[in-house]
Design a binder for this molecule. Structure first.
Ligand SMILES: C[S@@+](CC[C@H](N)C(=O)[O-])C[C@H]1O[C@@H](n2cnc3c(N)ncnc32)[C@H](O)[C@@H]1O
Length: 189
């Protein structure tokens, strides 16, 4: 498979190690363009049906840029985008929300970190609404003052939360992935 970009190797590495994607799973991919995580997810959940005999999964991808599968040109944090995703899922709960979203760098570190944190909380809030019990949230974050708080907030909803630094992520970058497994579920009234 010709991968659209090298980011794919980070998801491949994380999934090889933690087995977060299985045939038949439903996955929401946030910040998906140019689409290499989507390519990997499609293969691993068998959304293309190429693994005959295995259950067929589904990948719903969203990005602000054109080119992402299904929901291109959409800001994930906008309530209307999340509503469109929810409508598309028609009440189906997902196995995994994966987010490689990152804001456009402004060059002002504090501002960039703040925008990254906002993206992560937006993904977390959305994930807890649509994830099935025992499901997974994987999201990119930057190591900064807020990382610990985010990790601790995720722990309220996921049994097992860890920081993951794939080998394919540049050692000199602050990029880190937060992986939450074992979604505890929401008590619904
Ligand atoms: C590192 S790239 C993703 C690469 C992708 N995972 C792949 O493997 O091809 C980060 C993406 O996040 C997207 N993004 C950033 N903020 C976003 C937002 N608020 N809503 C949707 N997408 C966003 C950017 O447009 C960009 O395409």
């Amino acid at each position: 498979m010709q991968l659209r970009c090298r980011s794919a190797f980070k998801l491949i590495e994380i999934d090889d190690r933690y087995k977060i994607l299985s045939p038949g799973d439903i996955v929401v991919d946030c910040g998906a363009a140019p689409g290499s995580w989507t390519q990997v997810a499609v293969k691993r959940v068998n959304a293309d049906g190429k693994m005959e005999g295995d259950p067929k999964g589904k990948v719903v991808a969203i990005d602000k840029q054109h080119g992402a599968k299904i929901f291109g040109n959409m800001d994930f944090t906008a309530p209307s985008s999340q509503q469109a995703l929810l409508e598309h899922l028609q009440g189906e709960q997902v196995h995994a929300v994966i987010s490689d979203m990152a804001p456009k760098a402004s060059g002002v570190r504090d501002l960039d970190n703040e925008n990254m944190v906002k993206l992560c909380y937006s993904a977390l809030r959305f994930a807890v609404q649509i994830t099935r019990t025992e499901g997974v949230l994987l999201m990119k974050m930057w190591q900064c003052g807020e990382t610990k708080q985010l990790e601790s907030d995720m722990s309220r909803f996921y049994d097992n939360v860890r920081l993951v630094k794939p080998k394919s992520s540049r050692a000199d970058s602050t990029e880190i992935f937060l992986l939450g497994r074992g979604f505890k579920g929401l008590e619904r009234k």
